[in-house]
Design a protein around this ligand. Structure first.
Ligand code: PEP
Ligand code: MN
Length: 355
């Protein structure tokens, strides 16, 4: 079997159970996934980082033997999560082809350093998941530790599984796509994969999130699959049966990244020109708005009145928010823009008042 390399195939599809539970469950799931013919790498969690103690924490070493057997039978490379140098050593002993660092480990520079050192010199292929909380610097720092310790950039991939932020919507983890795109621009030579399972937390949304990642030019997916999802020992609500996984993967449209069709290129150029023009006007207008805020600052200073007039601000928010739907803008977007304008406006008035 040829050595597995990240970057050799796009889109790269990784699937398998959240956890290896029994030999039977691991092997049957892997066999059925291989039979679907859409999976490039088999995954299973052997050591599970769980939020609460006393819940299922993985089968440990014996699960590695099951994964190795799945690899032997199907001819597919295998992947598992590592959270310490010892895990790396054991996984490599059992011929694991691809390792990944989980979101709860990426947050910990001590562990990341330890794992990076254990990987160095072993020609390891590794995926680094985003940290639990939305901090791109920590994600980039984890990548940098691997590079510094000696893992070549082409052996590292990024895995986006969303961020644990309070007050999220119907999804288990908020994707905050812009942060993954920012990370991608920091590491332009690394594959960016999406883990829709941990973003969604529910199989109902997997297709939609997977397609969205494909539309954003991701390089592949890691999706959890279990022979009997409702009975899974971890993440029961987000796993798909192998057959459903196959259908889901086949339904994704991986659009091409470029086209040299002249008509397409012409329309694209025209729309981009319009966007650039509108951006210029937008900021021109914002600058005028701030100049007026400066004037308000001057009259408030002359009359010795405080900057913040909360009633006035609330009425601005109400008025603008009421327009959101009519303008086909989400309330969240409008609120974010308004808050940014408010902060800048107060900053302007503050400068005037204290000058
Ligand atoms: C997993 O992939 O099973 C897992 C534990 O994921 P995460 O680290 O993203 O929570
Ligand atoms: Mn899981």
């Amino acid at each position: 079997m040829e050595k597995f390399k990240l970057g050799a195939k796009r889109p790269l599809i990784i699937s398998g159970p959240c956890s290896a539970e029994t030999e039977e469950q691991t092997l049957t799931t892997c066999r059925q996934l291989a039979a679907e013919g859409v999976v490039d790498v088999l995954r299973a969690g052997i050591w599970k980082p769980r939020t609460r103690p006393g819940t299922f924490e993985g089968v440990g070493l014996k699960g590695l033997a099951w994964l190795a057997e799945a690899k032997r039978e199907t001819g597919l490379p295998i992947a598992t999560e590592v959270a310490s140098a010892k895990h790396v050593e054991s996984a490599l002993e059992f011929g694991v082809d691809l390792l990944w660092i989980g979101a709860r480990t990426t947050v910990n520079p001590f562990l990341v350093q330890e794992i990076a050192e254990a990987c160095a010199g072993n020609d390891v292929q590794i995926l680094i998941k985003n940290p639990m909380h939305p901090e791109v610097a920590l994600w980039a720092g984890a990548v940098a530790r691997f590079v510094k310790a000696g893992t070549p950039e082409e052996n590292i991939g990024l895995l986006h599984r969303g961020f644990s932020v309070g007050g999220a919507n119907h999804l288990r983890n908020n994707p905050m796509w812009h942060l993954a795109l920012e990370m991608q621009s920091l590491c332009p030579n690394m594959m960016m994969l999406c883990d829709p399972s941990h973003i969604c937390g529910n199989r109902e949304y997997l297709q939609e999130i997977s397609q969205k990642s494909a539309d954003l030019n991701y390089d592949g997916l890691m999706v959890e699959s279990h022979i009997c999802p409702v009975e899974a020992w971890s993440d029961a609500s987000q796993q798909l049966e192998p057959k459903a996984l196959g259908e889901m993967i086949r339904s994704i449209n991986w659009r091409s990244t470029i086209s040299d069709d002249p008509e397409y290129l012409q329309s694209l150029a025209r729309y981009r020109e319009q966007i650039d023009q509108i951006d210029a006007e937008l900021f021109e207008l914002l600058s005028r708005r701030m100049a007026i805020a400066d004037n308000i600052g001057r009259v408030k200073r002359e009359n010795d009145v405080v900057i913040l007039q909360s009633g006035r601000w609330a009425s601005i928010v109400d008025r603008v928010m009421a327009q959101a739907a009519k303008l086909h803008l989400s309330e969240e977007f409008v609120r974010t823009i308004l808050e940014a304008i408010h902060v800048e406006s107060i900053e302007h008035q503050n400068r005037i008042m204290n000058n």
